[in-house]
Design a protein around this ligand. Structure first.
Ligand code: OSB
Ligand code: MG
Length: 369
């Protein structure tokens, strides 16, 4: 792949409404958009999904920018690749920094697919032409949560996820069950519990949740197996899965029955697919997680979620879930609870140049000659 230059753009946009977990509230999203320019005139796009502060993982927008500018882009310049599947192995010389790596790796996949005149879904091995869409409701009050769920159900979303902690869990889940007895409902704890809370987690077994996501520490695998052994509701791991080896350990130890795959958290599409393939072989269902992202990352998620092991609706909602106006066109839309997998080349969306300009706070070019 002959590369002419890479461009990094830091963009910033307010969310339509605050997104609240027990760890804090997100009101504004800052991201790095990576544009890779091929010698042949094609472009590929990727999106860094680290947040402005390290509340979800240790990376931030600033650490990602530093990694991209000072290590990953110079390394790619000095070590040309023939195919995007080579990038992950090459980047192993730099430890971790998964989201920074994924931002550049995903842009190279998009560029490659466009150069091949194929959709990214086709290049990755996608097998479906539409994917089911789930939505996350993360508000401060029960009242707001109920209102939002009603709105999203009316627009067709198939599955709802709420955020729980020992402060709201039983009350929230039992109220929602009364209101929405048949709803495909799941709960994400973002590490709000410890082993001492086992009784609270056992009590949640009564409400027919699809799964409980990441109840224990963000870096735990062993104690999740202790909990999973004592509750019926499947545990899904999110934060604990940062590498393929983490998946191997979690499955061997029976720490979970489901895995949430986020391209950024695992360092790119290559590892995401490796995890998907392994989970499929082991009979572990996977779904695609979300990062309150813009359209570029959303488009990569759609392509990934078109692979056959993604049997559970992911946190892939429409552009209008979070944004007044997204940075891609057309925007991502949910129809009857489904999102169409694009058939156009690459990620299948164009950059909305006008919107990009409005939200860009900083940009920088890195020529390869
Ligand atoms: O834990 O899945 C999570 C958003 C930001 C950080 C972590 C998580 C989330 C979500 C997905 O819950 C939200 C979305 O993108 O719709
Ligand atoms: Mg989660």
């Amino acid at each position: 792949m002959e590369i002419k230059s890479v461009k990094l753009s830091v963009i910033k946009m307010p969310l339509k409404a605050p997104f609240t977990t027990h760890l804090g509230t997100v009101v504004e999203r800052e991201s790095i958009i990576v544009e890779v320019n091929g010698m042949d005139g094609h472009q590929g796009y990727g999106e860094g999904v680290a947040f402005s502060s390290p509340w979800y993982t240790e990376e931030t927008v600033q650490t990602s920018y530093h990694m991209l500018k000072d290590f990953l882009i110079p390394y790619l310049k000095e070590n040309p690749i023939a195919h995007p599947a080579e990038v992950t192995e090459k980047f192993r010389v730099f430890r971790r920094n998964q989201m920074a790596k994924a931002a550049l790796e995903t842009a190279l996949w998009d560029l490659y697919a466009r150069q091949e005149n194929r959709s990214l879904s086709n290049v990755l091995g996608g097998t479906v032409d539409k994917i089911p869409s789930g939505v996350v409701v993360a508000t401060k009050s029960l009242q707001e949560t109920i209102q939002q769920i009603e709105t999203y159900l009316a627009t067709g979303y198939r599955r709802v996820k709420v955020k729980i902690s020992p402060k709201n869990d039983i009350q929230l889940v039992s109220e929602l069950r009364k209101r929405f007895p048949d709803l495909e409902l799941m709960a994400d704890a973002n590490s709000a519990y410890t082993l001492k809370d086992i009784d609270r987690l056992k009590a949640l077994d009564e409400y027919g949740l699809l799964m409980i996501e990441q109840p224990l520490a963000y870096d735990d695998i062993i104690e999740h197996s202790v909990i999973q052994n004592q509750i019926k509701t499947p545990i899904c791991l999110d934060e604990s899965i940062v590498t393929f080896e983490d998946v191997y350990k979690a499955i061997e130890l029976k720490s979970c029955q489901v895995i949430n795959i986020k391209i950024g958290r695992v360092g790119g599409l290559k590892t995401a697919i490796k995890i998907h393939d392994y989970c499929k072989e082991k009979g572990i269902p996977v779904w695609c997680g979300g990062m309150i992202e813009f359209g570029i990352s959303r488009a990569h998620n759609i392509a990934l979620a078109s692979l056959p092991g993604f049997t559970i609706p992911g946190d892939i909602s429409g552009s209008d879930r979070y944004w007044e106006e997204d940075v891609i066109e057309p925007e991502i839309i949910v129809e009857n609870g489904m999102i169409a997998v694009p058939t156009l080349n690459g990620i299948g969306f164009k950059i909305n140049k006008k919107r990009m300009q409005e939200v860009t706070v900083f940009e920088e070019y890195f020529p390869f000659n």
